[in-house]
Design a protein around this ligand. Sequence first.
Ligand SMILES: Cc1ncc(COP(=O)(O)O)c(C=O)c1O
Ligand SMILES: [Zn+2]
Length: 367
Amino acid sequence: MEQFVCNECGKMHEVTATLWKCTCGGVLDIVKETPKVDPASWNQYPNSLWRYVATMPFEQGSDTWKSVTMGEGQSPLILLDAEAPNTYVKVDYMMPTLSFKDRGAAVLMAKAKELGAAKVIADSSGNAGTAIAAYAARCGIPCDIYLSDTTSPKKIAQVEAHGATIKEIHGSREDVAAAAQQAVAAENVFYASHVYNPYFYEGTKTYAYEIYEQLAETPDALIVPVGNGTLLLGAYYGFQELLANRLIERMPKIIAVQAENCAPLATAYRNGQQKAEAVANKGTLAEGIAIAAPARSKQILEAVRGTGGTFIEISEKEILTARQLLADKGFYVEVTSAINYAGYLAYRSAAEEKIVLPLCGAGIKSE
Ligand SMILES: Cc1ncc(COP(=O)(O)O)c(C=O)c1O
Ligand SMILES: [Zn+2]
């Protein structure tokens, strides 16, 4: 069985169903050898992100995922439009719960089931909550989801539909997380956190594996929205594993996009800091990435800097314009996801650069 290591102090921990952070408060990573990546083995699996299960830290021969999967992953990678022949969108809103969070939630809940979790608790700005609630239902594991009372009603309805117990908190996103963490401690249950639980990133890393297969070459740049960094870090880890296996020769640059009104990571990047300091969230339409104090800021900044990438900050007006421009091309995304396209428009690159941007969440989620 693999172990956890603290990203802050280096302390090792046994993996249990209830451990989610170090005694020093640091975030945990999974200790594992770089997985052997064998593309020749992938076709024996159904067409989903489980093609890559052999690279994930499950017990040898474990097939828990077979009863958990809803066919998530293998989202289309298509040209944005004929006028931009090197720009691709990865349509991750075509997932069972209509956002990319299914990647992490499916893998995390399969792990929760393998570890024998009797109940899970999660907190979310909306999409991770809907994904965890859906896969918890799939696993038959009771689930409480902590949400702010300002969460989009569509997302609340989606969580409710899966039979999860909703805990509405009046307060900031950080207050919501604190309430969930208190409950996890009081009830001694599995914290299905997309932020803290490192198994979530074993799911989001499949974003990179899929691009590798679909594009058949390494993109020059990935435009990635970032709040807590679950897609950003997953994409980074996935491409790192492909690089370590010599399947690709270089890392794509990670171009991270934040809302101007809540941009702790972009600020830290600009100031040359190793970690982000908490900012005051001035309020942004990009509710999914309005994270004032991202717990994995050190890792996110390292990933962006390590790939020669950068941060881009986007105004509220640009978000709305971008949403309409995408709809004009036929793509209806939720407001948070429009920031990715605004980031792409703001990122001035050479025309021949191959760029991939994700369409993370479906438009009907934010009406
Ligand atoms: C639509 C959408 N895009 C992007 C993100 C950003 O993900 P993260 O906070 O993991 O960086 C989220 C997170 O909830 C989201 O819902
Ligand atoms: Zn520690």
